[in-house]
Structure formats: structure tokens, C-alpha cells
Design a protein around this ligand. Structure first.
Ligand code: MN
Length: 412
């Protein structure tokens, strides 16, 4: 499939990707677009120009500023639009080609917004290596996983209001914490800010209270996936999480990449997941390959310094896949809604260079990371920017997620 647009082989946004986002420019109000190479296809302009007159869905959903209505149009609509875009972008006699001066704009000229109104947010804890590492550091090195871990995808209900789009910087939060060796809590700026390398999926279906989604049905209820940095305050977390789980250590800002990569684009990158032993309960069993081979990278850029790679992980390292997470989430009758976001939990691989948090990379502070400028880190300092990137590659096809970027600013 060759486009009449010049698209670099290294571009995240190849013709096989076509991720959805929300953008504005000084001349265009906030609206939906699809990234292609160094450009955005303006979907609102396409709809208003009548290019989508053959669409088997109401094109008004594409004239909205965010994705929620469009996600509710369902998978068939999504697949139709994907094929339409691929046709338009590969045929020099297409209407998109003819009107490209109005329908395409350089991606660099656009301001990107959070593309979804997020209803509820859930964070899982589904990477075995991450759960094991944390268990080894804080509990029992011999029995690092808690007894429930291989029987259900552990998760907690988070907070949607503080999820922000890539490029949003976060002030170091003030927290209550228990200083080491003390039994009297202190209050002040967190001394242990950390990133968490995660992927998050977005729900594209409203379900009834009392119903549930099976692992077979789950992927049809998922619109797509973003990279997700779940900023965390470790000093706070340890003090507050007993017995009800994460709270203020996790809700002061989580950052999503702006382009939502659909499951249709990810389909070519399916891989088998790990063998699940002990055997899971029937409602968590699944048939086809539901893990995805997506390379993930974390870069740290000190204030006024150069970015450097500090971790390389992969979405395929998940123990529990998205279908199992959604099946588990709804098996008790809990309904989900269009725009709900569910994050994977920190994604660590099996080797120390693939750990998805500073907590693990610096092993609880015991092995500080040394950066090229000679400075060391056991947590994130003021002025540090964390940049996460992800891409999948196979048989000459490449798709990517763009960036999830956020800087920690001093406490206010
Ligand atoms: Mn998390």
C-alpha cells in the first residue's frame, strides 16, 4: 500500500496505523483527525465537504471535538472509515488528494488535546515481572506474588479528572508520608516521584448494569490503545495504601499519548501470551492471541540536558491481556461506558534494562541510575522530563504511538 503522500519509513503514522486524535489550530476549532506521516487528515472538514456521503453511519459523530460519539458508532463504522482513508490516501485521483490543501494539515501546526472524555478510570497491575519486583523489594523475596495474583487481574478504581494529554507538565505534589525510621508522619513535597510505563485502552461500548463482557466479546468493546505514564509518589503510596489501596499517591496526574491506535491497526502484531499456570477460571479463559508485540521505550531528559534511553520494555510482557481485564472488570455485573479508560499497570520485562519504573530500575534506591551528565537518579527530579514511545514492526509494516511526554515541575 503506497500513499501519494511522502511518508518516512520510520514514521509512527504509516498507512497501516491511522490513529485518531483531537486537535485545534488558530484557524480550526477543536476537532477530530487521523495522523498520517507528518500530517493530520481533518475529519470534520472531510465530513462537511461531503466526502463521506457513502458512509454507513452518521458522519456528525466525526464533527465532534472528541472521540466519544465516534467510538459509539462501533467497530463496523471504524473499519469502514479505515478502508475509506486507505483508499483515499493511496489513489491519486481521490477526493482527498484533490482537496488536500483544505483536508490535510502539518501535524506540527496543530495543538493536540486529550481526545476522549474519560468517564471512569481503572488501573490494573498485570505485568508479572513488575508485581514480582515490587513483591521482592517490599515483602517476601521468596513469595513475591500475593496468592491472588495469578487468579485474577488485580486492579483499583482510579480517578479520571487528573488524566491529561502528553505535553502537560505536573507539579511535584505535597504529600503526607512516614519518614524512614520514624513513626510520626511528615508533610511536604514528595521526595520519591516515579513514572510508570503503561498502556491504556479505551472502552467503546455502553453496557447494562448486571451484564458482563466475555473475553470473546471484549475486543469489540475496545476502541484503541494509548501510552500512559501513571505518575506516582512512592513515599506517599507506602504510607497510605493500607488497607484500601492506592489513593492520593496516584491521582495527581497521569499522562496519555494523544493518538489512539485502534485494535484494527494492532491486529497484525498479535502474539501468544504467557502460559497461565495455575489454570485460570473459565470466565478468564481466552482463545485467539490477545497479546500485542509493541516495543516500549522510556527516555529521561534532565533539565537543559539531552534525552537518554533508560528502559526498553514491551506490551507483550503482560500476564493478563486487555480482554481478560475487561471480562474480569464486568463479571460481577459492573457496567462500563464509552470513554472509560483502563490502564495495564506498570509494564516490566524480565531483564533489569526492561523495568517500567524508576523504583525497579534503581531497585528501591539501592542501585541509582547514572545519566550521561554524571548525575544519578533513584527517583524523578524537578525539571526531569519523562518521554515514553512505542512502536510495532513486522514484515516491513511499522506503526507507532507517538509520544507520551511530561515534565516534573517544582512543588507549588
Ligand atoms: Mn499504575
Amino acid at each position: 500500500m503506497n500513499s501519494w503522500l511522502i511518508i518516512s519509513e520510520q514514521s509512527d503514522f504509516s498507512i497501516h496505523n491511522l490513529p485518531f486524535g483531537s486537535f485545534s489550530t488558530p484557524y480550526r476549532d477543536q476537532r477530530l483527525g487521523v495522523a498520517i506521516g507528518d500530517y493530520i487528515v481533518d475529519l470534520k472538514a472531510c465530513a462537511q465537504k461531503g466526502l463521506l456521503h457513502q458512509a454507513p453511519f452518521s458522519v456528525h459523530a466525526l464533527e465532534e471535538p472528541i472521540l466519544n460519539k465516534w467510538m459509539g458508532c462501533g467497530k463496523d463504522a471504524r473499519v469502514w472509515l479505515r478502508h475509506w482513508l486507505q483508499y483515499q490516501l493511496t489513489h491519486a485521483d481521490s477526493e482527498l488528494h484533490a482537496h488536500q490543501d483544505q483536508l490535510l494539515l502539518p501535524i506540527d501546526s496543530a495543538h493536540l488535546h486529550l481526545p476522549v472524555e474519560i468517564g471512569d478510570y481503572t488501573d490494573f497491575y498485570s505485568s508479572e515481572d513488575h508485581a514480582r519486583n515490587v513483591g521482592k523489594m517490599f515483602r517476601d523475596p521468596e513469595n513475591a506474588l500475593l496468592p491472588n495474583w495469578k487468579h485474577l487481574p488485580v486492579g483499583y478504581h482510579g480517578r479520571a479528572s487528573s488524566i491529561v494529554v502528553s505535553g502537560t507538565n505536573i507539579h511535584r505534589p505535597k504529600v503526607q508520608f512516614l519518614p524512614a525510621g520514624s513513626d510520626v508522619p511528615s508533610f511536604g513535597p514528595s521526595k520519591m516521584i516515579d513514572f510508570e510505563l503503561e498502556m491504556a485502552f479505551i472502552v467503546a461500548e455502553n453496557t447494562e448494569l448486571g451484564s458482563h463482557i466475555t473475553t470473546d466479546q471484549a475486543e469489540d468493546a475496545i476502541f484503541g490503545v494509548v501510552i500512559f505514564n501513571d505518575w506516582s509518589a512512592r513515599d506517599k503510596q507506602r504510607w497510605e495504601y493500607v488497607p484500601l489501596g492506592p489513593f492520593l499517591a496516584k491521582n495527581f496526574g497521569s499522562v496519555a499519548s494523544p493518538w489512539v491506535v485502534t485494535l484494527e491497526a494492532l491486529d497484525a502484531f498479535r502474539v501468544a501470551g504467557p502460559i497461565q499456570e495455575p489454570k485460570v477460571l473459565p470466565y478468564l479463559e481466552y482463545k485467539q492471541d490477545m497479546h500485542f508485540d509493541v516495543n516500549l521505550e522510556v527516555y529521561l531528559q534532565p533539565d537543559r540536558g539531552a534525552e537518554e534511553l533508560i528502559s526498553k520494555s514491551n506490551f507483550k510482557y503482560m500476564y493478563w491481556n486487555m480482554a481478560q481485564q475487561l471480562a474480569h472488570h464486568t463479571i460481577n455485573g459492573c457496567n462500563v461506558r464509552i470513554g472509560d479508560m483502563m490502564a495495564s499497570g506498570t509494564i516490566s520485562g524480565p531483564t533489569p534494562d526492561s523495568f517500567g519504573s524508576m523504583l525497579e530500575l534503581a531497585w528501591g534506591g539501592k542501585n541509582p541510575i547514572t545519566l550521561k551528565d554524571g548525575s544519578t537518579r533513584t527517583s524523578i527530579q524537578d525539571g526531569d522530563t519523562v518521554i515514553m514511545r512505542g512502536y510495532a514492526e513486522k514484515n516491513g509494516i511499522r506503526i507507532g504511538f507517538g509520544e507520551c511526554r511530561s515534565k516534573i515541575l517544582p512543588s507549588i
